[in-house]
Design a protein around this ligand. Structure first.
Ligand code: HEC
Ligand code: HEC
Ligand code: HEC
Ligand code: HEC
Ligand code: HEC
Ligand code: HEC
Ligand code: HEC
Ligand code: HEC
Length: 338
């Protein structure tokens, strides 16, 4: 009896949906419980003409997007913090909410132990694995010959979005991913939209990248590869081939495309070294040696950081000391020789 009731309810619900026909707003991407790697996710919605007067998106209750829909499809991106992000999208018409959806997107991070793995039920929902006919109305989805020899897209801005210009002159990837390079420090190949130099369009899933990172990075950074391979000691993450644990392959706010300023990056994994007491042998100093906020006496114009005394990649000295010094005394002398 109960089951029959459910069936009736289900049938009438589907009739209602059918009646509304193409008039209802639909979210095309992403699905709920998606895992992402970096700080952005693209969102696309079908917003039939007249179905909404305003679309709003909030991430953890902070308003990010507030647009008046003027196209049948609305596309935007929202930023993601490491860990869980709760994205709420609402559509408003005549002062009332006509659409409401909440999406949980988890930004994975190798730098934060509790965020290394997505929660149960979360997964990557590869966008390029599926046919995306709806998107093809305005965007190009397959790479063109151009993408193998891209030019700089800097002449092109979001404000001046003109599908024709995009199709004619810039990277296929640019129209959807243009924000990926809009940071102060952009990695060489990403800056010229040479996306396919790392992402393989023939791979499964499409556009995947070889692992470990060294397989990709050392393809171009041959000089570093040879230099570091010749050194005696290698830093833990480098031994594992995890270059992208510290460097964004695309772009970031910090020099060398690092995810954080050098000092902050180092203490993410070596929190106990932040006070600098280790430099002076831990036991006889309560103050500790400075590790930041002072000028670096050797690298003029730069700040003292962990990298003033340590190589982040590889070194011939114990404890990855910089300058190829062979003893602690020799290290001290590099800066205290007067
Ligand atoms: C009616 C044309 C149209 C269709 C269909 C369309 N887009 Fe867009 N898309 C645009 C325009 C125009 C922009 C640039 C708008 C802007 O950034 O202001 C854009 C930008 C984007 C962006 C970048 C948004 C941002 O602000 O960072 C993404 C991501 C995107 N589209 C994804 C999609 C996906 C996925 C689909 C298919 C499900 C799709 N689009 C279908 C027209 C369209
Ligand atoms: C129609 C818009 C659109 C175009 C054009 C597009 N992408 Fe995407 N791509 C997306 C969306 C949406 C996602 C999913 C989440 C995100 O990163 O915003 C995505 C995800 C990805 C991913 C992660 C794996 C996946 O499948 O989810 C890679 C890598 C990628 N794109 C590379 C590219 C490259 C390289 C190009 C150009 C050859 C390209 N994309 C062109 C919209 C687009
Ligand atoms: C130097 C190599 C390199 C270049 C160049 C590069 N990428 Fe990536 N990209 C990566 C790596 C590595 C990942 C992480 C893949 C993973 O861990 O599965 C990635 C991931 C992505 C993702 C997934 C984002 C997420 O949060 O999951 C997108 C989207 C993407 N790349 C788009 C692009 C676009 C567009 C370009 C061109 C501007 C580009 N990439 C250029 C190396 C590169
Ligand atoms: C397709 C070739 C290519 C690949 C693959 C590549 N790079 Fe680069 N990389 C470049 C170029 C070009 C530059 C700019 C060189 C310059 O400015 O001197 C660069 C610069 C850098 C810089 C220095 C940035 C600066 O500000 O001085 C870092 C760090 C870097 N790459 C890391 C990586 C990492 C990590 C990977 C792998 C995820 C990688 N690269 C893969 C071509 C590549
Ligand atoms: C533990 C974090 C970390 C890892 C892992 C790491 N790097 Fe770096 N990398 C740095 C820091 C920090 C700098 C800036 C050093 C400085 O201030 O002089 C840097 C600088 C660079 C530079 C520019 C300067 C130079 O030495 O040529 C390149 C290129 C580079 N890294 C590539 C790579 C590649 C390739 C890998 C993987 C094999 C890698 N990095 C792994 C932290 C890291
Ligand atoms: C993603 C985590 C991670 C980051 C970020 C990181 N390290 Fe490490 N570091 C490790 C691991 C793992 C080891 C190896 C630990 C071991 O062997 O006991 C290590 C070891 C070291 C060692 C000891 C080497 C030895 O042989 O005694 C030094 C020095 C060091 N790191 C300095 C740095 C500096 C400087 C930075 C910032 C540029 C940094 N680390 C960033 C993970 C990290
Ligand atoms: C002024 C130079 C100097 C600076 C700055 C410095 N270190 Fe060190 N570091 C040393 C010396 C010297 C040792 C060896 C200490 C010993 O043997 O007792 C060392 C050792 C280490 C070790 C290995 C020790 C172990 O327990 O195995 C790590 C990891 C390390 N430092 C990380 C860092 C980090 C992270 C920073 C930045 C917060 C930093 N260091 C800043 C000089 C420095
Ligand atoms: C990369 C350069 C560098 C190296 C290497 C270095 N120091 Fe320093 N040291 C500094 C700077 C910068 C200061 C802060 C000076 C100031 O505040 O004016 C400092 C301050 C000190 C002080 C505090 C005295 C004062 O002037 O305030 C002591 C003690 C000290 N260092 C000992 C050492 C010892 C021992 C070593 C070797 C284990 C060492 N340092 C290696 C750069 C360095």
């Amino acid at each position: 009896m109960k089951i029959l009731l459910y069936i009736i309810m289900f049938l009438s619900a589907s009739c209602l949906a059918a009646e509304a026909g193409g008039e209802s707003i639909t979210l095309l991407y992403p699905p709920d419980n998606t895992i992402m790697e970096f700080g952005l996710i693209g969102i696309s919605m079908h917003v039939p003409e007249g179905s909404a007067e305003l679309i709003k998106a909030e991430v953890d209750d902070k308003e990010i997007v507030n647009i008046v829909p003027d196209e049948e499809y609305e596309c935007f991106s929202v930023p993601l913090a490491p860990g869980m992000n709760r994205i709420t999208i609402t559509a408003i018409k005549g002062g009332t909410r006509v659409y409401d959806v909440t999406l949980n997107v988890f930004r994975r991070s190798d730098l934060v132990s509790k965020y290394m793995k997505g929660p149960a039920g979360f997964r990557k929902n590869f966008f390029h694995m599926k046919d995306r006919e709806q998107c093809a109305k305005c965007h190009i989805l397959e790479p063109k010959e151009f993408d193998r020899k891209p030019i700089s897209p800097t002449s092109f801005t979001a404000e001046a979005f003109d599908t024709q210009t995009v199709l004619a002159a810039t990277s296929t990837c640019y129209s959807c991913h243009y924000r990926i390079a809009s940071y102060p420090y952009v990695h060489g190949p990403a800056a010229v939209w040479s996306c396919l130099s790392c992402h393989d369009d023939k791979s499964e899933p499409k556009y995947s990248v070889k692992k470990p990172d060294t397989e990709v990075c050392f393809g171009c950074h041959i000089e570093q590869k040879n230099e570091w391979a010749g050194r005696k000691y290698t830093h833990g993450p480098v031994t594992l081939g995890k270059c992208a644990i510290c460097h964004s392959p695309h772009a970031s706010e910090y020099a060398f495309n690092l995810y954080k300023p050098t000092w902050d990056l180092c203490v993410t994994c070596h929190a106990e070294k932040a006070n600098g007491r280790h430099v002076l042998g831990d036991s006889f100093s309560t103050e500790g040696h400075p590790t930041r906020n002072r000028p670096d006496p050797v690298r003029t114009g730069k700040e003292l950081t962990c990298a003033s005394c340590h190589q982040p990649h590889a070194s011939n000295s114990p404890h990855l000391w910089a300058f190829d010094v062979q003893s602690m005394f020799e290290l001290c002398q590099r800066c205290h020789n007067k």
